[in-house]
Design a protein around this ligand. Structure first.
Ligand code: FES
Length: 413
């Protein structure tokens, strides 16, 4: 199929997202940062950053990694003067190399300040209003015994156990397939585990709302957004298995296009696209190792380094080299993409809105829920899985199963 991107034809394959199609076509810069107009590209491929925002079919600020490619889809760059790659507004970054305090700039004389505000409104911000008003949709009201948010391992296990006890159970997942990060893992064994968990949940009678996002919890009502409109779901119990966001390393150049998390690069590779011809994989966790092996098998030149060795990533429209320190020697290597295995950070937004506490623990945020059964301070909600700080599959499985057992006891006695 063919997309129309900034007036040009870009080929895309059925089933892939717009962002994957654009990256496969060689585009790394999708947009510009709000204030300094620095180049931005996808860094998560899972709806968790803002690197892939573009205008799609007349609607601004669309996460293109979440939009399936469709024949004739019109995709446009936003927030630039010129093109995404050569944006005149990037002069802001050049004029203010040490940063800009826009709160106090030109505030001494009111007329000048008013002119500056007009200019700032033109330069800053992202996107414009849709070309046409979007027609109102009626929300779909429904209820169930258990609503599970998150279709990763923890969510699937909890859902399976609840459904086996005869409770009506619905799972909401952002991605188009169930399994969470296991669905895109470079290791075949991990992918098979994700598939079998999804199959077992389905066989137990779990209902799936995939490619749907739970956007809020309001007094026992969960708002779920999907292509057919908004569902207002009122469950008797809510299980939040929202997983993690890939963190970032606090180094210069970590925000350059073609620099992404190891999970993001795995998603891209799973879609049949290599992130570059010469990739640096940073980190020694198992996913980084299996990504490096899979990239090598795909014919990519891979170089690996530990997270504490890397000093900076250099480039503009994409990464060009990485400088690092090994022992007391500094060196630099060329590349055209970088995968970073940074510490994960809990996707705590929904648990926090549902009343759970968030803790700063061992250099990252986690949701304060029982590691035993996911209890998080109220009978209505349980929080399970990676977002509670668990990493080991056996621990996650135990916690999710026990959370489901408690819910079964509460709802069936
Ligand atoms: S939100 Fe699309 S790449 Fe991160």
């Amino acid at each position: 199929m063919t997309l129309r991107v900034d007036g040009k034809k870009v080929p895309a394959r059925e089933g892939e997202s717009v962002a994957v199609a654009l990256y496969a076509s060689g585009r790394t810069v999708f947009g510009r940062s709000v204030k300094y107009h620095r180049p931005r590209g996808p860094s998560c491929f899972s709806g968790k950053c803002d690197g892939c925002l573009m205008r799609v079919d007349g609607i601004g600020n669309v996460m293109t990694c979440q939009v399936p490619a469709r024949e004739g889809l019109v995709v446009e760059t936003q927030n630039v003067v010129g093109s995404a790659k050569n944006d005149l507004l990037a002069a802001t970054d050049w004029f203010f190399p040490n940063g800009m305090n826009h709160h106090e700039m030109f505030t001494a004389w009111k007329p000048l300040n008013q002119v500056m505000q007009k200019i700032a409104r033109r330069i800053a911000g992202i996107g414009e209003l849709p070309s046409e008003a979007v027609a109102a949709m009626k929300s779909i009201e429904e209820s169930c015994d258990v609503l599970v948010v998150g279709a990763g391992p923890a969510g699937l296990i909890a859902a399976r156990e609840c459904a086996r006890a005869g409770l009506s159970t619905t799972v909401v997942g952002d991605a188009a397939v169930a399994g969470g990060h296991l669905a895109y893992h470079c290791d075949e064994g991990a992918r098979a585990r994700g598939r079998s968990l999804a199959d077992a949940a389905l066989a137990s009678g779990v209902r799936f709302l995939l490619a749907h996002t739970a956007v809020g919890v309001y007094d026992g009502l969960v708002l779920v957004d999907g292509a057919n409109g908004v569902h207002e779901i009122r469950p008797r119990r809510l299980v939040l298995a929202t997983g993690s966001h890939e963190g970032a390393l606090a180094i210069e150049g970590a925000d350059l296009p073609s620099v992404m998390g190891v999970r993001a690069m795995s998603i891209l590779l799973h879609a049949g696209v290599v992130a570059g011809e010469s990739v640096v994989v940073v980190g020694d966790e198992p996913l980084a190792a299996s990504l490096a092996a899979a990239l090598t098998e795909a014919g990519v030149r891979v170089q690996r380094m530990a997270a504490n060795e890397i000093e900076a990533i250099h480039g503009r429209a994409r990464a060009k080299s990485v400088s690092f320190r090994r022992g007391d020697k500094s060196a630099s290597i060329d590349c055209d993409a970088v995968a970073l295995a940074a510490p994960l950070s809990a996707a705590y937004e929904l648990p926090s809105q549902a009343g759970a506490k968030v803790l700063w623990q061992k250099n990252r945020f986690v949701v304060d829920a029982s590691r035993d059964d996911g209890a998080a301070g109220s009978a209505f909600v349980r929080v399970v899985g990676e977002c509670t700080g668990l990493e080991d599959f056996a621990d996650i499985e135990g916690q999710a199963s026990r959370a489901a057992a408690r819910i079964r006891e509460e709802l069936t006695t």
